[in-house]
Design a protein around this ligand. Sequence first.
Ligand code: SIN
Length: 283
Amino acid sequence: MTIKIEPLDAPMGAVIHGLDSRKPLTDDDFRAVEQAMLEHIAIVIPDLEENVPWLRDFGSRFGPLVPHILNQYHHPDGFEVSIIAKNMGTAESRTTPKPAGAFWHSDLSYEVNPSDAIFLYSTHLPSKGGDTIVANMRAAYATLPEKTKQRLDGLTCTHRFGWNTQGATPPLTPEQQAAHPDVIHPVVRPHPKTGVPILYVNPGYSMRINELEQAESDDLLAELFEHSLKPEFQYRHKWTLNSLVGVDNRSSMHCAVDDYTEPRRMLRMIVGCTDGRKGQVAA
Ligand code: SIN
């Protein structure tokens, strides 16, 4: 094994040293990176030369890469990679008032098969700002009062793309909309690899707790979001150029900070669901 894992001084996260995007990823290194993500939730791999085929191969070691719902932003070298860009002065830049991902979410929670992980690779960065914040939903669940944990037992939530994305997602085309009906997931899901229970709701896509009246559902979701978004559960990633960040979507949610006007561009890969636990399409 050639890599070294250095846990961050934060509520989650680790830096991985020793990977080289000019060389194939060995099985031993892959297993170590996968284990680090399970344990630390967020991983940071600095100083990787831009190499789209390598990034695609790296991402697909974790599971099938899922083409993003906004197919207008797929990378010309492969639909498994999306470009998320703002202020670049090119057609690939988002035209939404807010940049992509500038709301709290766990990727693909609006899909029957949600995402295991996301990888983001920085190609252009503003001189200030443009951080990404990750919230640890494993710790959020673990620290809920026992009474709340009991109340959540057996509850389910409906998720929808664009539900509360605050100007960071464009409207869907009729075809995109038809392919993405509302979906139901349990409010608490055990992590498929570790069995640890995780709070699986997010402000961007989670609409309604199905077993409760609307007002009760609104109140409970607000309480869960307020709890999960406490600073003690967060890691704020300050980007450096040509670095790769991976986040376990099953154990966290994340948000791009909308506080810059200079160009910012990321290559994004979303790893699909590898454990076969499906949500349900809402009636
Ligand atoms: C995303 O959530 O898809 C993007 C996050 C970021 O750009 O920081």
